[in-house]
Design a protein around this ligand. Structure first.
Ligand code: AMP
Ligand code: MN
Ligand code: MN
Length: 329
């Protein structure tokens, strides 16, 4: 169990064991690792006789309904659930990203389990392991250390999280240990092709339409070393797609030859701006996002602006240009 602080891991195991009814949370706009980690942990705790509750802003996303136990996922309540005896947050880089409703809660976060390098550690116990490319992988190591049984249902959820956060084991950060974890999860009952079918080979026609509209906005700059996409509010009414359907669109831009940084700017009808940043690895997009209050990883990061969308878009594009100008080649 290299990479993880043993005494911290023991404390997390003890804190999770003590809770009869832990309340589990993840980040807003949840992805495969968010749902996979949430459900993967829930199955293990339930098998141990505990009764976790699972809360996500906006509830379950249809694409991930195939995950065993997905019907356990509830919308975030107005207050921290009174019956809960632990506040656990997974795969979430900042306290704000747990969800709008939770920001004013007095209840302190007990346990944070994550892999974002930008995570400041906003819980009493913070198990943050950037060397493991998905929170699902951190959980696997935790369960293995604790000697907790991983059922086929849990293995399926954890494998989905590991697979989606590594781009199907393609991104930098995928190493021998990642593949060993994946292999163990397959031995424990995860079915790679069945999971891939749901995560990668099944999109709605609305999602396809949104992707087409967005792809047409591609603009290359910085000597064709960066490219950005724009999503305007009416793209949703035009395509019938939902906000979660933007996932994956930017990855195709990143794959353009010669390009170092890809970005996506989503303009909300309420004046907000959501930014996704991706890098081939030479530019650190977490360092670009951080001064704007965003974060993530070296190769994938995001920012949210509550207002001044166009001005902030221009500031981010200028920061990308500077980072590319700084590259020595
Ligand atoms: P996304 O572009 O939304 O897929 O996010 C890419 C990565 O950056 C993910 O690992 C997110 O958890 C992280 N991230 C996205 N938005 C933010 C934000 N506003 N603050 C901190 N981290 C973020
Ligand atoms: Mn995530
Ligand atoms: Mn993750």
């Amino acid at each position: 169990m290299a990479l993880m602080d043993r005494s911290l891991v023991q404390k997390v195991i003890e804190r999770l064991s003590q809770a009869k009814a832990p309340a589990l949370f993840t980040h807003l706009r949840p992805d495969g690792d968010a749902f996979g980690s949430l459900l993967g942990l829930a199955h293990v705790l339930k098998d141990r006789g505990q009764t976790p509750t699972l809360h996500v802003e906006g509830s379950m996303i249809p694409m991930y309904r195939f995950l065993p136990g997905s019907d356990l996922v509830q919308e975030i309540p107005d207050q921290f659930p009174t019956a809960a005896d632990a506040f656990v947050v997974l795969d979430t880089s900042t306290r704000e990203r747990v969800g709008k409703k939770t920001v004013g809660w007095k209840q302190p976060v007990d346990v944070v389990i994550d892999h974002h390098v930008s995570n400041p550690g906003f819980g009493s116990l913070n198990l943050i392991v950037p060397e493991i490319p998905a929170t699902a992988g951190v959980l696997f190591q935790l369960f293995t250390t604790a000697g907790w049984k991983i059922s086929p249902a849990s293995a399926t959820c954890l494998y989905a999280g590991l697979s989606t956060d590594t781009g199907s084991f393609r991104y930098r950060g995928t190493n021998a240990q990642t593949l060993r974890i994946a292999a163990s999860l397959v031995e424990l009952g995860a079915d790679p092709s069945e999971i891939a079918k749901h995560c990668y080979l099944s999109i709605t026609k609305e999602r396809y339409h949104l992707k087409k509209l967005t792809s047409e906005t591609l603009s290359l700059k910085d000597n064709e070393k960066s490219g950005f996409l724009t999503i305007l509010p009416d793209f949703y009414s035009k395509s019938g797609a939902k906000s979660e359907d933007t996932e994956g669109i930017i990855e195709e831009v990143t794959s353009i030859q010669g390009l170092e940084v890809a970005s996506l700017f989503e303009f909300g009808s309420d004046g907000t701006l959501r930014v996704s940043l991706r890098s081939k690895g030479r530019v650190d997009v977490n360092a670009i996002a951080s001064p704007f209050g965003g974060g993530g990883h070296r190769a994938a990061a995001g920012i949210r602006f509550p207002k001044d969308a166009e001005k902030n878009r221009d500031l981010v594009l200028a920061a990308i240009s500077r980072a590319i100008a700084d590259l020595k080649d």
